[in-house]
Write a protein that binds this ligand. Structure first.
Ligand SMILES: O=C(O)CCC(=O)C(=O)O
Length: 337
């Protein structure tokens, strides 16, 4: 029998079942303090580079809600192209394991975003689902692999309400996409104090929230301190990506074979069928890279190199599942419509 020497562990049946029924999984303490410091440094560098640049690396698209005119938000799309250190998180065994559990081994990175959400007394993001009209009618019963899923990695304290918290409606991932009327009503309720049945995610640095494209979600106002996070979007190798066409050679060359494959790279002469039936997928997905050389020297000095390498990855599922309680604003939006 072949020995499977993976560097990752998947989610438990209980965790998978919570994701399937509730439409999210809040994993507390997935990344350690040293990694959180590294993540914050990446956010600061990416935000500085974007605000200093004349234009975004990813050109404007009409679906971007006039982000350019907003002072409260810096959102760096396709962040891997400018911040290679993001590879550390994308290829991290503790993230790859849960994502393989949700989507299968044909894991594809569809987008890598860095967020800096400053103080703003108005809700940061209106209620919505992801993917646009092309995906809104697609129904998945969540008894098998998911279609697309995001991992939000929190790098600052978001444990009090009104901190730019992620808001979600538990179970809404199985509902039809909200209509414009639903969205207007919910945004009104949000401004007036909250949407019935909505859950305010109270995250600590190092926590990760997993959720599918079909979950109804929004972002609360932020009256406290800048919120820093990454949102990494995953799907299948046969999916198109959201913030890049293909990663250029100079990006791919800096990544491990596993992460190159997760960016849809099959080398110089891919076969069209590779995206559906790759022949070496299990072997390629077994192990990721060592990106310790990308960690800034002061952080290595402060935390020690072991905090960023295989020595700290071996513990099985160091996270705990956090069950945030929904706010009691009354009756939830009905499931059957
Ligand atoms: O920043 C967040 O918490 C969520 C952003 C969002 O709504 C999205 O990426 O669809």
């Amino acid at each position: 029998m072949t020995k499977i020497d993976r560097d990752w562990h998947g989610l438990s049946d209980e965790e998978l079942s919570q994701y399937a029924t509730q439409g999210y999984l809040h994993l507390r303490g997935l990344f350690n303090e040293a990694e959180v410091d590294f993540g914050r440094e990446i956010v600061d560098r990416a935000v500085h580079a974007l605000t200093a640049a004349d234009e975004d690396v990813v050109p404007y698209h009409p679906s971007y809600f006039n982000e350019g005119s907003r002072k409260d938000l810096v959102r760096v799309r396709n962040a891997i192209a400018q911040e290679r250190a993001l590879a550390y998180f994308l290829d991290h065994p503790r993230l790859v394991g849960p994502m393989v559990s949700l989507l299968g081994e044909g894991l594809h990175v569809l987008g890598s975003e860095v967020f800096h959400r400053d103080i703003d007394l108005a809700p940061h993001e209106p209620w919505h689902v992801d993917g646009g009209p092309a995906m809104h009618g697609v129904k998945v019963d969540h008894s098998g692999p998911s279609l697309q899923a995001k991992a939000q990695i929190f790098l600052t304290e978001v444990s009090e309400p009104r901190s730019g918290n992620f808001l979600l409606l538990p179970g809404s991932h199985t509902w039809p996409a909200p209509t414009l009327t639903d969205i207007e009503r919910m945004n009104e309720q949000q401004r007036a104090g909250g949407v019935p049945g909505a859950l305010t995610v109270r995250a600590q640095p190092g926590d990760v929230l997993l959720f599918p494209y079909s979950l109804w979600h929004a972002v609360d106002c932020n009256v406290r301190a800048p919120r820093k996070s990454f949102i990494l979007r995953f799907g299948h190798l046969w999916h198109r990506s959201h913030d890049y066409h293909a990663q250029p050679r100079e990006v791919l060359d800096d990544l491990s074979p596993r992460l190159r494959r997760m960016f849809g790279d099959f080398g110089a002469d891919p076969h069209p069928m590779d995206y559906y039936k790759p022949t070496d997928q299990e072997a390629v997905m077994r192990r990721g890279g060592d990106y310790t050389s990308l960690v800034p020297a002061p952080l290595l000095e402060r935390h020690g190199a072991d905090a960023y390498g295989p020595a700290s990855w071996s513990a099985r599922a160091p996270w705990t599942v956090c069950n945030d309680a929904p706010a009691s604003h009354g009756v939830p939006v009905p499931v059957a419509r």
